[in-house]
Design a protein around this ligand. Structure first.
Ligand SMILES: [Zn+2]
Length: 506
């Protein structure tokens, strides 16, 4: 017996969950979801079976056909501050079981917004953020990217709202009595007049952290043959988002040229209410390029555990920049490399007393992934891949990337699997690049690429000149976007005189 992932109770000797059929009843007044989940295991299992949970109340565990109770215990007394609470079922040759449970208002994956916190201010809104290890606060699961799952979901929501998921939409229909027999004992108003059901399926095996939904007063606009933008209905937000994302299909086609066919059918976008706490929207096109790139690297090929997170983010940063270069030009891609380089150096400095987290492959035993989140997997990962590209040439590297994606798609892999495949396909690479230093060493290797972007350098020196009271002239900032301003502000001297700021604001 050994855990497969330092961030999960999942046991390597336990069969994998292959499918979960979820039924979710959304109770907005109490910020709670009441739910059932029918699990299918790869093989029948007897004895203890472990699932991850966090802040869930488990009501029952049943044999799905006979409704015979299955013994279970939720070890709240031994809750782990990082992993959460272990749910142990005692199975006897079961290959499926049915759980009923409720989330808590403090669920770490769920963000419940009251009407005043939304754009329209008329309806409530809820959305998920499961990465890295928060899916377990919505439903019990083997919550590790090493265990990919297919799922179906029936969402029972107020009829004046609608739902979107990172899954295919099947139907919107009136609720039925037989939708969720397991939830009968909870006395929910399942079939009430003011409720509606939305059904979804995810037929591809995905890591649990990709489980995602949003429920609110949502509208949508078509912006391409496989892309719709969702945002709060009837709002200026939806109109401006539709305009902003017009070029998405062009990005998808560029991505396909580089990395092979787009395997997820649709690429829809959701714009959250403005109170969304994460940054990024100041440059929507780059955010879209990044999220799109994840369709190949991260979602198709996934890191086996968060200790290999660079396999998701380093590849995605590299892929994002290739898409940006193809669509927006080399100048912008180079500026992004420059901004990334600066962020990497800052984070290497931030971790100077904790060098483990300056390694691409690192040890996260007893570490909360949210606490060591940094630019390292993104930018050092990008640098490593760019180093290989510079060694073998772009066309050979492109060919390698396509092969890598085709070989490992819908799988979860670790750093060694990547390195073995690299050495096999680019013989002798280990004699040209110190692969061990790049993946296991601390800091930034000497053969990393220090960018020389003309735009980057001129913005940084303009910012430095602010110390002498020299503010940029209007023509110097005429074609600046959010990213250029961000870089300028980041590089301003830390103790700038208020008189200088005043000068600028005039
Ligand atoms: Zn990413």
């Amino acid at each position: 017996m050994a855990p497969v992932d330092p961030h999960s109770f999942t046991e390597s000797t336990h069969p994998a969950t292959t499918h979960i059929a979820l039924t979710l009843y959304f109770d907005f007044p109490s910020s709670t979801i009441h739910a059932s989940a029918l699990f299918t295991l790869q093989t029948p299992h007897s004895g203890p079976f472990f699932l991850d949970t966090r802040s869930l109340t488990v009501h029952s565990a049943l044999h799905p056909d006979t409704a015979t109770p299955i013994p279970f215990s939720l070890s709240t007394t031994t809750s782990d501050p990082i992993k959460g609470t272990l749910l142990t079922l005692t199975l006897s040759n079961h290959s499926s079981f049915l759980l009923t449970f409720s989330t808590s208002p403090s669920s770490s994956a769920l963000q419940w917004l009251l009407p005043p916190q939304t754009f329209n201010k008329t309806h409530p809104f809820v959305y998920t953020q499961c990465q890295a290890i928060h899916a377990r606060s919505i439903f019990p699961s083997q919550d590790t990217p090493a265990r990919r799952i297919r799922y179906s979901a029936i969402l029972n929501i107020p009829s004046d709202l609608s739902a979107v998921m990172a899954a295919s939409h099947v139907t919107r229909r009136p609720p039925r009595d037989d939708d969720a027999p397991a939830l009968a004992s909870l006395n929910l108003n399942w079939c009430s007049q003011d409720r509606v059901v939305e059904e979804f399926v995810m037929e591809q095996p995905v890591p649990p952290y990709l489980f995602a939904f949003a429920v609110g007063q949502l509208g949508n606009r078509e912006v391409g043959p496989r892309t719709r933008v969702y945002a709060e209905e009837g709002s200026a937000l939806l109109d401006s988002a539709a305009k902003e994302f017009e070029g998405t299909e062009e990005m998808i086609r560029e991505g396909e040229k580089l990395f092979g066919e787009y395997d997820w059918e649709r690429f829809d976008l959701l714009v959250l209410p403005p109170s969304f706490p994460y940054g990024g929207m100041e440059n929507p096109k780059m955010v879209v390029a990044h999220e799109l790139a994840h369709s190949w690297t991260g979602n198709l090929i996934t890191n086996k555990t968060n200790e290999h997170f660079w396999l998701n983010e380093g590849f995605t940063t590299y892929a994002e920049r290739r898409i940006v270069e193809a669509v927006q030009g080399e100048k912008r891609a180079t500026l992004n490399v420059g901004i990334g380089w600066r962020g990497l150096n800052e984070d290497i400095e931030r971790f100077k007393d904790n060098l483990e987290f300056t390694k691409l492959k690192n040890n996260q035993q007893g570490i909360d992934p949210d606490d060591v989140y940094s630019e390292v997997p993104y930018e050092k990962g990008f640098q490593f891949l760019f180093r290989i590209e510079r060694q073998v040439g772009r066309s050979a590297f492109d060919e390698f990337l396509k092969k890598y994606i085709a070989k490992f798609k819908f799988q979860s892999i670790d750093t060694d699997t990547f390195l073995d495949f690299l050495k096999e396909n680019i013989p002798g690479i280990e004699n040209q690049i110190d692969l061990v230093m790049w993946t296991e060493g601390t800091g930034i290797p000497a053969d990393a690429y220090e960018p020389e972007s003309g735009v980057y350098t001129s913005i940084v020196s303009l910012a430095k000149e602010a110390a002498n009271g020299r503010m940029p002239r209007e023509e110097e900032v005429a074609d600046w976007h959010g990213q250029e301003w961000e870089l300028y502000l980041d590089n301003l001297p830390k103790s700038i005189e208020s008189s200088q700021v005043y000068t600028h604001s005039k």
